[in-house]
Design a protein around this ligand. Structure first.
Ligand code: GLU
Ligand code: MG
Length: 449
């Protein structure tokens, strides 16, 4: 019988390869996103799909501590010896460009076990913890990015009008191509618009499971980047592409439900928030000072994360409050997805799997500890009498807070915290003393796909 199973597996694989070939696919890409938030990939010819799934493709352990430039932040545990494998699942393959199908990968060790430094496996584990608590979770990603010219300067010199019909129609061929490509790639786009910042674009994605959403964020970065390239542009996913200009956020929306229904509506708390929902938001706020280095920890993050930027720099929550780290969106007819909590302070330098793991893990921790929802800050915190405590946003403080935090280690594991602190410290050492304009230029394409 095992022989029979092997044969049917072989023939299923052969069929899959045949289907891919019929779609014109010659190359299979499998990527992992590292602790610095950079996505890296290996490719195989289409006939090697099975090997990419079963054994995976080899990468050195230093892939986990590659930095935003060509640096490698070796740690006592991570050196030049050893090998890891990127493994993909054929069911996750998406067409990203003529001839290329891509899938997000997991990092495994040589024995097929998830590697300790695999953020995707970490997120899957935390999502499983939610299921074990009888919770259904939905996460939704928003991507802000900046269109650039081929030489990585500004894409246009015309005056910009935020959300302007002109600024979007001026790029209509690109936007139409982008939507067509997104559909071909199976990317569930909800909305697209030109944003506030000069040449800034935003795409929002439909809610899905946590791992699916983080996968979709990477797919969206690839699809946007490739469509832009076909129209003579580059795309920056830097938190601050140009010094002093508007920043790019990577906001994440979370909704939770248990057997009694949604946690953020239908109850007796403010806007109908139920006690477990309040505890979840309290949990997210409680860990912010420790986890700022996960959400917005790059050499550029502090330049964005300031009051007045709608980046959620204040450690508080508030209904539709764009200056609050947690912007609460209530269940109203104007909101088809139901009540949710949007974590605004996340930027695109964060690994999306890790940011989601920190967000969800903190919400679960709040629920387990039955934390109390703090009072709402319903307006710009700078105008509020109850000023929220400042967050340690500068990179050195963010790294130190991460390293000190037993909560961060409990939620995200000590190896991940150690690796993350190492790659961010490399940035601090390399860029810490440089003028902002130099660093924004050096890292403009660091997180592009
Ligand atoms: N660009 C802002 C940020 O850096 C967000 C603007 C908005 O509210 O969409 O997060
Ligand atoms: Mg926006």
């Amino acid at each position: 019988m095992p022989q029979q199973d092997d044969r049917s597996a072989d023939s299923a694989e052969a069929r899959r390869v045949q289907e891919l070939r019929a779609q014109g696919v010659a190359l299979i890409a499998g990527s992992v996103t590292d602790l610095a938030g950079v996505t890296r990939a290996k490719y195989v010819p289409v006939h090697r799909l099975g090997a990419f799934e079963r054994s995976g493709m080899g990468v050195s352990p230093s892939w986990s501590v590659f930095c935003v430039d060509s640096g490698i932040a070796f740690t006592p545990e991570i050196g030049v010896a050893g090998d890891l494998r990127i493994r993909i699942g054929a069911e996750r393959l998406r067409l990203i460009e003529d001839g290329i199908a891509w899938a997000p990968g997991d990092l495994h060790d040589q024995h097929g076990r998830p590697a300790p430094l695999c953020p995707r496996s970490l997120l899957a584990g935390i999502e499983q913890q939610a299921v074990e608590r009888g919770l259904q979770i939905r996460l939704g990603g928003e991507l802000e990015c900046t269109m650039l010219s081929p030489d990585s300067g500004p894409a246009s010199n015309d005056p910009w009008s935020p959300y302007g019909i002109r600024t979007s129609l001026d790029r209509s061929a690109f936007l139409v191509d982008l939507m067509t490509a997104a559909e071909k790639a199976g990317l569930a786009v909800e909305q697209l618009h030109t944003e506030y910042g000069h040449d800034q674009l935003e795409m929002s994605l439909a809610p899905a499971s946590a791992v699916e959403t983080a996968d979709a964020v990477i797919l969206a970065r690839i699809v946007i980047g490739r469509a832009a390239a076909r129209h003579g542009m580059k795309i920056s996913f830097s938190p601050v592409p140009f010094a002093g200009a508007a920043g790019n956020g990577a906001h994440v929306h979370l909704s939770l439900a248990d057997a009694g229904g949604p946690l953020f509506s239908g109850g007796d708390g403010p806007y109908g928030i139920r006690p477990r929902g309040g505890a979840a938001i309290a949990g997210v706020l409680d860990t912010l000072p420790d986890l700022i280095g996960v959400y917005a920890g790059s050499a550029l993050s502090a330049q964005r994360l300031k009051p007045g930027n709608w980046a959620g720099a204040a450690a508080c929550w508030g209904l539709e409050n764009r200056e609050a780290a947690v912007r609460f969106i209530a269940a109203t007819p104007g909101n088809p997805h139901g009540a949710n909590a949007e974590l605004k302070l996340v930027d695109p330098s964060a690994n999306p799997y890790l940011a989601a793991a920190a967000f969800l893990g903190s919400a679960l921790r709040g629920i387990d500890r039955q934390l109390t929802l703090p009072p709402e800050i319903p307006e710009d915190p700078r105008r509020s009498e109850a000023t929220p405590p400042p967050l340690p946003t500068d990179q050195r403080s963010a790294i130190e807070a991460l390293e000190r935090s037993t909560t961060a280690a409990e939620l995200l594991t000590p190896p991940i915290i150690e690796g993350l602190a190492a790659v961010r410290r490399h940035e601090l050492t390399t860029y810490g003393d440089r003028p902002p304009a130099e660093t924004t230029q050096a890292l403009r394409l660091a997180w592009s796909c």
